[in-house]
Design a protein around this ligand. Sequence first.
Ligand code: ADP
Ligand code: MG
Length: 257
Amino acid sequence: MSLSVETLAVTIGDKRLLNEVSVAFASGHVTAILGPNGAGKSTLMACLAGLMQPTGGRVLLDDRPRGDFERRDLARRVGYLPQEADVHWNVDVATLVGLGRFPHRGRWGETPEDRDAVTRAMAATDVGGFAKRGVSTLSGGERARVLLARVLAGEPDWLLADEPLANLDPAHQLDGLDALRRVAAAGAGVIVVLHDLNHAARVADDVLLLRDGRVVAFGPPDQVLTRDLVAATYGVDTHVGVAPGGRRFLIPTERLA
Ligand code: ADP
Ligand code: MG
């Protein structure tokens, strides 16, 4: 399983949202995409998800252009949780998570595998306690967990999640990171947009830094989450330390001129 972009470009009017972006994502890895607001992170995710047509370059899935695949096949292979995901009708939580299985549904309806996948996804995101509640009665963070559960339930080969942890409390952020790690450990590729450098340090095998639609760096966290590259990407100075257990942590200390 492979997913890559080659010299990807997106131009709208005279604005270049992405420029010469070439990355080969690894299955079995969590790739964290980081960069300032407006860097092009969501644009890249939308191209990977097939919701936006690049104006240059291409997206390759198993070395074939994305457009060669049949829609239902793509839906099974690639799961996407958009940044502004929301639910516009009031279904109950279990039903909504079950919709994540839709690409797998055969003519005989729900199978035991479908039910198991939904149960696992709900456990991973700790939403079982409100399985029967209407989604519109949940808090923003609870709803974000349910939406993550829906995409997990689909068990895609490639899981794309755009800032899935943004509304979550610290405990559920850790749950979310663990869930993404488990997905990768099971062999899938996970591509996740994060804003928290420490979340990236914790979860990522590879980090992609974007700025102004271009790749600043791509590689393992120890090589990419450095004071210099973080400064080049975000324009902030950071204190980089090593936490007990050996994982690095980063504290932004000041904005650079
Ligand atoms: P990120 O997710 O990294 O914050 P986005 O990929 O959403 O950034 O957007 C990248 C840049 O493209 C931003 O400056 C945004 O304002 C701009 N942009 C997004 N969509 C459009 C559009 N339809 N027309 C013009 N500019 C856009
Ligand atoms: Mg975004």
